[in-house]
Design a protein around this ligand. Structure first.
Ligand SMILES: O=c1ccn([C@H]2C[C@H](O)[C@@H](CO)O2)c(=O)[nH]1
Ligand SMILES: [Zn+2]
Length: 154
């Protein structure tokens, strides 16, 4: 964990603002006829590519997908997994949008020490890491332990 923290590269201010602008832009494509709660995301990879996403709801309510997961799935399905930052935008002026628990775990799959910008429509934001949003997390490394001998468990 310590090593990962050292490797974290901070982004410059104009880069952050541009990513937030793209998440605000992506929010416009939100398909949210049920909640009417638009969310946009813009995901930056280490090679500089940006994948955007919006929430996509469904008449079968529990099938809806969040903006963050849309963006991450777009990136992974195009061969990109090396994430630097994700910006998230909604229409809430009073609060910074904050990702749901499922999206935090989805982000965590691809590392704990990359940046998440929680924004407001005026472009203001707070910066957090995936680790800060999901402390003491369970990740892919935890599955790499030795297989237990199930017969010895009783
Ligand atoms: O960070 C968030 C929070 C909520 N939503 C979506 C899910 C649902 O479509 C709507 C209301 O919860 O907003 C996101 O996409 N991202
Ligand atoms: Zn979510």
């Amino acid at each position: 964990m310590g090593d990962q923290k050292l490797r974290r590269e901070l982004m410059n201010l104009s880069g952050m603002k541009e990513l937030i602008r793209k998440s605000l832009e992506a929010r416009k494509f939100a398909y949210c006829p049920y909640s009417k709660f638009r969310v946009g995301a813009a995901l930056l990879t280490h090679d500089g590519t940006v994948f955007t996403g919006c929430n996509v709801e469904n008449a079968c309510f529990n099938l809806g997908i969040c903006a963050e997961r849309t963006a991450i799935s777009k990136a992974v399905s195009e061969g990109c997994r090396d994430f630097k930052a994700i910006a998230i935008a909604s229409d809430m002026c009073e609060h910074f949008i904050s990702p749901c628990g499922g999206c935090r775990q989805f982000m965590r799959e691809f590392g704990a020490n990359w940046d998440v910008y929680l924004s407001k429509p005026d472009g203001s934001y707070v910066e957090m890491t995936v680790e800060e949003l999901l402390p003491a997390s369970f990740g892919p490394e935890d599955l790499k332990m030795k297989k237990v001998n199930i017969r010895n468990e009783f």
